[in-house]
Design a binder for this molecule. Structure first.
Ligand code: FES
Length: 176
């Protein structure tokens, strides 16, 4: 008589899959997202640079500050308006410019030194002439300025609008 055969069926059970988001996957994804965010920032900065135009104006609603009558400012003089954070400088040709107090190097407050006829920054010794032009580095740009309006013989400064520039140009002056 034939012996009954025993059949053994082996079923291979696959191991339980690892955690769907392994550490390695997590870091791979994180790096991809960081790359995407960095790329978007670079595109944004590039766009801002391309479309910004010069000079750059940071505009807030007009805030006119009356500096005084035109004749009260002598030619080739500088008057400080600390409350408005500017110096009103009257040039040799009679033109006015309202210069920001902030040094264009790292933002310290500059001082007008009458004997030397120049602005000097106490932090790293940058110097600027009466028009705000750089005379001495490390500052690389002329002082920023505010628009000047002259109405009925009164000099007014719009302290809500600051204009950045690289260098002084005559068109930046305002005449009575
Ligand atoms: S902050 Fe003015 S020279 Fe550096």
């Amino acid at each position: 008589m034939k012996k009954p055969q025993t059949i053994t069926i082996k079923t291979k059970i696959n191991p339980v899959p690892a955690d769907p988001l392994s550490r390695r996957d997590f870091f791979d994804k994180a790096w991809k997202w960081i790359g995407v965010v960095a790329a978007l920032e670079i595109i944004g900065m590039f766009g801002a640079f391309i479309f910004s135009g010069k000079p750059k104006r940071n505009i807030a609603p007009k805030q006119l500050l009356e500096a005084g009558p035109v004749d009260s400012f002598e030619i080739n003089t500088v008057s400080a308006f600390m409350g408005g954070r500017f110096y009103l400088a009257r040039q040799a040709d009679g033109g006015f410019i309202a210069l920001s107090l902030r040094c264009t190097h790292l933002g310290c407050s500059i001082a007008w030194i009458e004997e030397k006829k120049r602005f000097i920054c106490p932090c790293h010794s940058s110097a600027f002439d009466i028009s705000g032009e750089v005379l001495n580095p490390p500052a690389a740009r002329a002082l920023d300025y505010y628009p000047v309006l002259i109405e009925n013989g009164i000099v007014k400064v719009d302290i809500g609008t600051i204009i950045e520039r690289n260098t002084f140009r005559k068109e930046q002056l305002q005449y009575a």
